[in-house]
Design a protein around this ligand. Sequence first.
Ligand SMILES: [Zn+2]
Length: 479
Amino acid sequence: MKLTFLGAAQTVTGSRYLLEAGDKRVLIDCGLFQGTKNLRLRNWDPLPFPAGSLDAVILTHAHIDHCGYLPVLARSGYRGPVYCTPGTADLCGVMLRDSARLQEEDAAFANRHGFSKHHPALPLYTLEDAEQALRLIAPRPFDEPVALGEQLSFRLLPAGHILGAASVVLCNGHTVIAFSGDLGRPDDPIVRAPSPPVHADYLVVESTYGDRLHDALNPEDELAEMFSRTFARGGIVVMPCFAVGRAQEVLYYIARLKLSGRMANVPVYLDSPMAISVTDLYRRHMSDHRLTVSQVHAIDHAAFMARTVDESKAIAGRSGPMVVIAGSGMATGGRVLHHLSLYASDPRNTIALVGYQAPGTRGAALEAHAPAIKLHGDYVRVRAEISSITSLSAHSDYRETLRWLAGMTCPPVRTFVTHGEPAAADALRRRIVETLHWDCCVPEYGQSFELAEEAVRPYPCTPSPAEEPAPAPAAGAAP
Ligand SMILES: [Zn+2]
């Protein structure tokens, strides 16, 4: 059995892990590389295997850095199933079509301005490629064993993080290989707590926050203070916001704040067709989250939904106080640019940053208090208050990850730390070695490891106090 790290190795994007077991080849996650140019260029590298030679793809969740390369795989000849949870399947429809549209727009922009050395510049993939990939999606519920062959099977466990997100537990004969996927937080008010796989011979665990602990601040308090400060000045809050998860979380808090009277009853606009589509999916996947029907209803009614361009333009004609939530989350594009160009220069207003701002983005420039930002070709002075709401996060911090790991009754023979910048990945590796005493390493991009079929466990398995001893390895996962 061989495991190869084709992405998310000492970086947080491009999650792709190739597992070769007997005559089967399975790709776990099929993500796009994002961020700096040297990472993005990897999206254009030829696949290190013929796409048609894969037997299955299994997705942990629908963030683009985990599913956004699927259209390339489909165009390259892959025709097999893409397994994921029903929630992820629905989200992939929204995400891949949007990603294809962005790829096509980028190529058109490069052609108009002669940016590319290729003539004409081609998109990484098109909407048609995305549609072809979506036809391969084969949803499977949580906790249900799925056979991939005589020896090989898998199941999906809740990982929290975003709607539909899963950890993947593969069994090859008696050997169990688990992939954490992106781990959510145990006390997230919306998504379910991540559940550890109990038993794994080999484990791949994410380390986005491997070197950090989250702020102990309460997001509801942080938002309440920011809103009341701004509204007292008669100002407008512009919030660049991620469409999946974060927009719904912010609306959840706004609904609560208005209900408790801690926030003035000002108009709130969700100016993001993608976020609106994602919000609709919470109603379709009630068992994937902790919200009640009335809480989903409250999120739906916490904002006016601006679907059309005309509805978006109408917001600009209004005066404050009000809240405008719009994509993209790092102000790299989308409708939020229009609102920033209108409102950034007024000191009564606030630009609220509610998510991670990658280096080089407009969001990062705002976070660093840049005196001006370039919007639609012109520089706009930034006089609005910049408020970073730091307590919202969809990823576990290292203490929460260690607690998730400690929930496994059997220490893995080997643990691979991925999906983190080098410092974060190494910090988590050290903590796992020091606190759990597990064998642990940080793989490099393209590195392969032979996994023993009959793994010799150097540690005793100790049942957790709350449970009976786990039965034989691979229990519950055989088809
Ligand atoms: Zn994610």
